[in-house]
Design a protein around this ligand. Structure first.
Ligand code: NAI
Ligand code: CS2
Length: 501
């Protein structure tokens, strides 16, 4: 039986403890993926349950995922979020979704009608880094992106997420409605600023008056978001089914218990009282974003590329290898932490809590999932910190090995010669660069030509090129497992008092 308003659920599963019809779609969310369900939707549900909030969601997906939206519609717009660790499963059924649409199946008119409802005050996004259609190295709009080129020529028939947001904002402006705030919840530094940049640049090419209005009237709060939500596996689905007492939930997700959300407090049309559900509202989130992206996501990407090449399928498997743990901790504390300035955070404790979270054996977080879309992730996770070290002449062996690991990974063959399925918006470009270069240093030099990833400064830096070439050579001659073990990690790790703020 499908999960529904009438499902009899085990007592341990928390159900919406509020009248669902009281909750209104005051927010729209684009990108109804696993992360949104386990994070933003969970906060809204707790506010509705425990604090009488009426802030609910209209869910919108525009690429892929139509089946999830259809499933959601078939189960009374309900889905479950289960938190899992070694002690078992806990969780709740989320009831704050009031509307669900897919651009392809419901059509643009229905989606624009939803986004122009006067009561929509916030539109949030989890569309992955590539959904912003920007150059990751510069944060500028990628005007040559096919969907953007289309949206410049056909503003009223958008295909990209920035194009859809602008089409809705244009209609709101024409109708004299206030704009909604646009809140990115994707893993990018200054994600609000990046979103604003791509919208303003796109608007500039469509209608300069609209660009001025967006610049002056639309708020783009930045956020730091954190909760490890692996893609659902067959095994997790089976466990979820049992945990729900036999109710089938095609939309449910399982994740770690930890959750964090730091939000820049700029919402001219109002916002939920997220702080009551544990979010931190601050005036500047950039330090928190950089901390999380460099320490968590940077070490994640390092473990993903090196771990995949070493034959580790999951992050938890990497944590069984003492050399990987040591390298990840060194990367965080000796190579990323010194580049950060976060008020009131003990970075040693932070690093150790991250390693603890990675050890959660109930989470089957695939290295191949984290390895996806490397061209969109490398700049903020590894390259920004490398620039800091280059400017100071300090060492960055782990960061360089992470970059080399990505290069070896996108080479498309693992250490046994088996093909690797590369998933990346620049996949074809990567394949051409790989096919056109010899293995070894020429491969490194070829991949460094990707200026939307590396800019021009890094390929021009002999120290950078040499460090990455050396790390790449280590991978070729020793293999990933031994290359990680051979990292020259001395006692450069920061001491406890150094990073107490
Ligand atoms: P997912 O694969 O479950 O969902 C991805 C969503 O993005 C889908 O709704 C899809 O329709 C949409 N999407 C993909 N490409 C798009 C495009 N070009 N334009 C518009 N929409 C597009 O992935 P998940 O786990 O929900 O992660 C999504 C993003 O959330 C990540 O890329 C990351 O930035 C952020 N995030 C994820 C965390 C996690 O642990 N899963 C934690 C923190 C942040
Ligand atoms: C991961 C992140 O998939 C990835 O690239 O590094 O999604 C990570 O799980 C989250 O950012 C944790 O908050």
């Amino acid at each position: 039986m499908r999960l529904s308003d009438r499902s009899a659920l085990p007592a341990a599963v928390i159900r919406p403890g509020y009248a669902r019809e009281r909750v209104k779609p005051r927010m729209a969310h684009i990108g109804f993926g696993a992360f949104h369900r386990a994070h933003q939707a969970m906060y809204a549900d707790r506010l509705a349950s425990e604090h009488g909030s009426d802030w609910g969601y209209c869910e919108i997906s525009m690429q892929h995922g139509w089946q999830k939206i259809a499933d959601l519609q078939q189960q009374d717009l309900l889905f479950s979020v289960a938190e899992m660790d070694d002690d078992g499963w806990r969780g709740r059924v989320i009831g704050v979704v009031r509307q669900a649409l897919h651009l392809q199946t419901d059509g643009l008119a229905a989606v624009l009608a939803a986004l122009t409802q006067p009561e929509i005050a916030i539109v949030s996004l989890t569309i992955s880094e590539k959904g912003y259609c920007h150059h990751p190295a510069s944060g500028r709009l990628m005007a040559e992106h096919p969907a953007i080129a289309h949206d410049i020529a056909h503003p009223a028939q958008p295909e990209s997420a920035p194009g859809l947001l602008l089409a809705a904002l244009r209609l709101r402006r024409e109708r004299g409605l206030p704009p909604f705030a646009v809140m990115s919840c994707d893993n990018m530094p200054a994600n609000g600023r990046v979103t604003r940049q791509v919208l303003v640049e796109l608007a500039q090419r469509q209608d300069p008056a609209l660009a001025d209005w967006v610049r002056q009237e639309v708020a783009f709060p930045s956020t730091m978001v954190d909760r490890i939500v692996p893609a659902m596996t067959q095994e997790a689905r089976g466990q979820l089914h049992a945990w729900l007492g036999g109710a089938e939930d095609e939309v449910g997700v399982a994740c770690e218990p930890f959750s964090q959300w730091v939000i820049e407090d700029r919402f001219p049309q109002g916002r939920p009282a997220w702080e009551k559900a544990g979010a931190e509202l601050v005036s500047d989130v950039l330090p928190y974003e950089e901390m999380k992206l460099r320490m968590l996501n940077g070490s994640h990407s390092f473990l993903a590329y090196l771990g995949y090449l070493a034959g580790y399928q999951h992050v938890g498997d990497c944590m069984q290898d003492a050399d990987f743990v040591r390298a990840a901790r060194h990367l965080m504390l000796a190579e990323q932490a010194p580049t950060l300035q976060v008020p009131n955070v003990d970075l040693v404790q932070y690093a150790d809590s991250l390693l603890q979270r990675y050890r959660n054996r109930a989470l089957k977080h695939r290295t191949a999932q984290i390895a996806m879309d490397g061209t969109q992730k490398l700049p903020q996770r590894l390259l920004d910190a490398i620039r800091w070290h280059l400017a100071r002449g300090s060492r960055f062996d782990c960061l360089a090995l992470g970059v080399a690991g990505w290069m070896r990974y996108v080479g498309g063959r693992d250490e046994q010669g088996a093909p690797i399925a590369i998933s990346d918006p620049l996949r074809e470009r990567l394949a051409a660069l790989v096919a056109g270069s010899e293995e070894g240093r020429p491969r490194v030099l070829a991949l460094l030509q990707l200026d939307s990833v590396f800019g021009h400064d890094l390929p021009d830096s002999p120290d950078f090129v040499n460090a990455v070439s050396h790390a790449y050579h280590q991978l070729l001659s020793l293999g990933a497992k031994a290359a990680v073990a051979a990292l020259p990690l001395t006692d450069r790790e920061v001491s406890d008092d150094h990073h107490h703020a």
